[in-house]
Design a binder for this molecule. Structure first.
Ligand code: SAM
Length: 207
């Protein structure tokens, strides 16, 4: 997986590659999908949600430019796989999931794997997590209709926000950075994510 899907596509960060190497992806999928755990694509995790493609996990992680001492917020815990990767690269990870069953399963999985610096919180992450702000890095793993203002507010100076933004079936992966002279952002890649629901996301009944 690492050589064929990640490094060959240009992921150069040795720290990110090492974190992926150390994270057992098969532990984050159900038994019937275990044989495809390292395949080049997303997989279903129940409740209409997915664990993202390994390359996209690597790319989004690399875009956060983590050095090891950061406080990171992830929106969309899902299986907990992305949170586990982040936990190896930062000091503290908070991850928010709106589907209770997924949040509970991910928390149990992360605990079983001994990742003590990840906290799973059940709730609407489209409004961020003000209790532990500011964050050095924020990663959203569901597609937002527009950049949630509260996520930008909760970024520390120098902080990075990586997220898919745009219409339901045509999002762009964007990277935002809060610099001393203001917010900077770049478009990285067209992507397709499940929707970010909630107050600053899509309405529950939008589709
Ligand atoms: N990062 C996950 C992983 O490693 O398995 C994959 C995430 S999946 C592509 C997107 C997740 O975002 C789903 O589990 C979905 O329930 C969650 N989600 C959508 N809207 C949300 C919201 N407002 N707050 C928290 N989680 C949300």
């Amino acid at each position: 997986m690492l050589r064929e899907q990640i490094q060959r596509r240009g992921i150069r960060s040795a720290r990110v590659c090492d974190a992926l190497r150390r994270t057992p992806r098969h532990e984050f999928v159900s038994p019937e999908h275990r044989a495809q755990a390292y395949a080049d694509g997303p997989l279903p995790i129940g409740h209409g949600q997915t664990i993202s493609q390994p390359y996209i996990v690597a790319l989004m992680t690399q875009l956060l430019s983590l050095e090891g001492d950061e406080t990171v917020l992830e929106i969309g815990t899902g299986s907990g796989y992305q949170a586990a990767v982040l936990a190896l690269l930062a000091r503290q990870v908070y991850t928010v999931e709106r589907i209770s069953a997924l949040a509970q399963e991910a928390a149990a999985r992360l605990q079983r794997l001994g990742l003590t610096n990840v906290r799973v919180i059940e709730g609407d992450g489209s409004i961020g997590l003000p209790a532990y702000a500011p964050y050095d890095a924020v990663l959203v793993t569901a597609g937002a209709p527009q950049v949630p203002a509260q996520l930008l507010e909760q970024l520390a100076l120098g902080g990075r926000l990586v997220l898919p933004v745009g219409p339901r079936h045509a999002q762009t992966l964007e990277r935002w950075e809060k610099t001393p002279s203001g917010l900077e952002h770049e478009a990285v890649l067209p992507v397709a994510f499940v929707p970010l629901r909630g107050e600053e996301g899509w309405a529950e009944n939008a589709f």
